[in-house]
Design a protein around this ligand. Structure first.
Ligand code: NAP
Length: 235
């Protein structure tokens, strides 16, 4: 039996990933930072709920202790993330970007991902087939950001791409440090969720495809890579 934790899974891509992995036979811990919304999503998807705010050390430690006491973890999906849009759903432009506008994105997307990975590493290292999926973004790719022919080229903000590029760096470095764990970053594609004010063009079913696939790779699968639904992506 494969046991899987998905952070930020009370809605959006995380929730759909939980639903699909339950369907595939995983024991899924659906992580959320809100008890009620998390419990409801867990009930609806057939997952177990675990309270986890990835910006809170005590919350992450408590979640790791609980899952360890229940029997351990095989698959970690670092999905929780924010884009940090302004109230009018706008992207903070470079002229307005400050350390204060950047900080929350790093607190969640980078420090949160590292905090959760660090807390669950001891459990993953005891698994027979450990897997980590880091939900990055196409905007994490410096190649895409710098390529005028790439759809990501037009994205004007600094904070979100910078934080997701850092997630890709964590992915590569962890993958080299822990060759027995399959650790990859994924780009779900521009998906209609609250993250982007529901402006995305894909459904969550389409977006979750690569997350679900990479959560199910076996010990012979790739590690230290960056993928979307069509294959490997440039860093
Ligand atoms: P979403 O619907 O807004 O879901 C984001 C989830 O992350 C929510 O459950 C949210 O919880 C949770 N979250 C945020 N901060 C958290 C924290 N500190 N602790 C725990 N959970 C936290 O967005 P989504 O589109 O599904 O995003 C999922 C992932 O995909 C993100 O990493 C995002 O960057 C990435 N991604 C999305 C797209 C896209 O087009 N949608 C494209 C590329 C990558 P609350 O409900 O409590 O806020």
């Amino acid at each position: 039996m494969t046991t899987t934790l998905i952070t930020g899974a009370n809605k959006g891509l995380g929730r759909e990933t939980a639903r699909r992995l339950v369907e595939a036979g995983h024991t899924v811990y659906l992580g959320s930072r809100d008890l009620e919304r998390g419990r409801r999503a867990a009930e609806e998807t057939g997952a177990r709920h675990v309270l986890i705010d990835i910006t809170d050390e005590a919350s992450v430690t408590a979640a790791a202790r609980r899952i360890e006491a229940d029997g351990g973890l095989d698959v970690l999906v670092n999905n929780a993330g924010i884009e940090g849009r302004t109230e009018g759903n706008g992207i903070v432009l470079p002229a307005d970007e400050t350390v204060d506008t950047l900080r929350p994105l790093f607190e969640t997307n980078v420090f949160g991902t590292l905090r959760v990975t660090h807390a669950f590493l001891p459990l993953l290292r005891r698994s027979a087939a450990p897997v980590v999926v880091n939900v990055a973004s196409g905007l994490a790719s410096l190649t895409a950001l710098a390529d005028p022919t790439s759809p990501g080229h037009g994205y004007p903000g600094i904070a979100y791409p910078a934080s997701k590029t850092a997630v890709n760096a964590l992915t590569v470095q962890y993958a080299k440090a822990f060759p027995d764990i399959r650790i990859n970053a994924v780009e779900p594609g521009f998906t209609k969720t609250d993250l982007n004010g529901n402006t995305g063009v894909q459904t969550v079913e389409e977006g979750a495809e690569i997350i679900v696939r990479m959560a199910q790779i076996g010990p012979d699968g790739p590690t230290g890579g960056f993928f979307d639904a069509s294959g490997p992506l440039p860093w």
